[in-house]
Design a protein around this ligand. Structure first.
Ligand code: GLN
Length: 531
């Protein structure tokens, strides 16, 4: 029998539902179960691709080119769940499917309604993932907070699944908040209300994860249990961690969360293997050296915009036994004249991440120039590689006004531009080069040294490309081209000749990094910065 776990959140957002769901995934995998993870986003956008980072943090890209919620990134870092377009469900996507079916006459003249047609469609998508013969347990994270109007069809679907498949096959895990007031008094009332709300919809949670500053004592757990009908052994503390989020699965493991889940689902208690994660977390917490990375971007005031990059840097820290401190530098400060030495001087390495649009770009160019001239390790990701090309064209080749046509379509030197076949495209959704593809790396380059083999597979999300018209001139001047698409037509990576460590990549290596398997380029960048 296939098993399902619905993870919901109560009281307020940002309690770490994604990490909690992913941690359950980590622990079940550590016991040899094959899991799949699904994120449900109750917004009307079809996907996250057209949303500003200010709205929704990072857009996570899957191998098949889906532009998804950043929680899929958490799943990718914490588990080996297969992740594709199908693992990200939005209200927009469900309605689009149902409306298309209605237009095709598939409902045979019936009135099409939220219940059962929308809920049936949601259920069909979840079961399609769950019924994969290679999957034992499917974890479904329902975005939003219980009580939101938008979440109701999804919670109703969860209720139906519990009812139809049986409580021994479908679990409800609810993450709530136990706030602290007046000094250190912990309060259970918000949790009581949030569970009450869930039960009104018809869902009795099986396990409560209570986010709190410190561990809940027995009296508190007893009180929550008696008010919520959840057995006391299944009321667990989700305490705040200071150093690394990868400690969270280990903390749940100590509280026997995985044992409780397996017992409730009637699955055997296979031995757990969390040793590798444990030793990496301990190594990171006890690391003696700290490496400072300056990340120069335009959305640096937002916590989650460069989530996968932040995490990949930490993974590489684990791989190199150093702590990583990330200094987020607002690119516009550099263009407004703050001296680069003042902002970047204390950094051991400089990273320019991906981005869109004009704002901050001149500041990023100053950062790249500073890294090149001062021989600081430089890592340019997507836009960060394009910046590397523009900077080099302007300051080394002397091509005044060189630019990407994304910012200046009239530039006299379009060193980064649209492919001719793309020039007619006006739609914004799903028109980029997206998803996984191969890059052939050249021997004797930093990129080859980092990966250790010729062909590497990474994901893309961009429209503009290195312009081949300038390839020869740039190379002759010392901007090495170090990787290509398999047909040799597009430049995928660059590096500065004679510089200690620099690499620009047109793809996004941050999406494939894990704490237990740091991404090779990040590993090499941190190693170079540590030196
Ligand atoms: N804006 C650039 C492009 O579309 C870079 C995109 C990115 O960094 N993801 O090509």
């Amino acid at each position: 029998m296939k098993k399902y776990i619905f993870v919901t959140g109560g009281v307020c957002s940002s309690l770490g539902k994604g990490i909690a769901a992913a941690s359950i995934g980590t622990l079940l995998e550590s016991r040899g179960f094959r899991i799949s993870m699904i994120k449900i986003d109750p917004y009307l956008n079809v996907d996250a691709g057209t949303m500003s980072p200010y709205q929704h943090g990072e857009v996570y890209v899957t191998d098949d080119g889906a532009e998804t919620d950043l929680d899929l990134g958490n799943y990718a870092r914490f588990t080996s769940s297969p992740l594709s377009r199908a693992n990200s469900i939005t209200t927009g996507q469900i309605y689009q499917t149902v409306i298309n079916k209605e237009r095709e006459g598939k409902y045979l003249g019936k009135t099409v309604q939220v219940i059962p047609h929308i809920t049936d469609e949601i259920k069909a998508q979840i079961l399609k993932i769950g019924n994969n013969p290679d999957i034992d347990i499917t974890i479904v994270e329902v975005g939003g907070t219980v009580g939101d109007i938008e979440s109701i069809p999804f919670l109703e679907t969860a209720r139906q699944c519990i009812h139809e498949l049986g409580r021994e096959n479908v679990l409800s895990v609810h993450l709530t908040l136990v706030p602290t007031v007046s000094g250190d008094e912990m309060k259970t009332k918000p949790t009581q209300h949030s569970v009450k709300e869930l039960r009104e919809i018809g869902i009795q949670p099986d396990i409560l994860l209570c986010r709190a500053k410190k561990e809940l004592d027995e009296g508190m757990r007893k009180k929550i249990a008696s008010f919520t009908n959840v057995e006391m052994a299944s009321v667990l503390s989700a305490i705040d961690v200071n150093t690394t989020i990868y400690e969270i699965p280990l903390i749940y493991h100590q509280q026997r969360l995985d044992e409780i889940v397996l017992k409730k689902l009637g699955l055997d208690l296979r031995p757990a293997h969390v040793e590798d994660l444990h030793s990496r977390v301990e190594g990171y917490k006890n690391a003696k050296q700290t490496v400072t990375i300056a990340m120069v971007g335009k959305y640096v005031d937002l916590h989650d915009t460069y989530k996968s990059i932040d995490e990949a840097l930490v993974h590489a820290g684990m791989g190199n036994q150093v702590r990583v401190r990330i200094l987020k530098i607002y690119a516009e400060k550099l263009e407004k004249g703050v001296p680069p030495q003042e902002l970047l001087g204390s950094a051991d390495g400089i990273l320019v991440p991906g981005g869109f649009g004009e704002r901050g770009m001149e500041g990023m160019i100053i950062a790249a120039q500073y890294a090149r001239e001062n021989k600081k390790p430089y890592f340019g990701i997507c836009l960060g590689m394009q910046i590397m090309v523009v900077e080099f064209a302007r300051h080394v080749l002397g091509l005044d006004g060189a630019h990407t046509t994304e910012v200046n379509p009239q530039t006299p030197h379009p060193v980064v531009s649209l492919l001719e076949e793309q020039e007619g495209i006006t739609k914004m959704g799903g028109t980029m080069r997206l998803g996984r593809s191969a890059t052939h790396t050249l021997p004797g380059t930093k990129i080859r040294e980092a990966y250790g083999h010729e062909v590497v597979w990474e994901r893309h999300r961009h429209r503009y490309e290195f312009s081949n018209k300038y390839r020869e001139a740039l190379e002759t001047a010392g901007l090495k081209i170090t990787g290509f698409t398999p047909d040799g037509t597009l430049v995928e990576s660059t590096e500065w000749e004679g510089h200690p460590w620099s690499t620009g990549v047109q793809f996004h290596p941050e999406f494939t990094s894990k704490p237990t398997a740091p991404q090779p380029l990040f590993n090499a960048f941190i190693a170079a910065s540590a030196q």
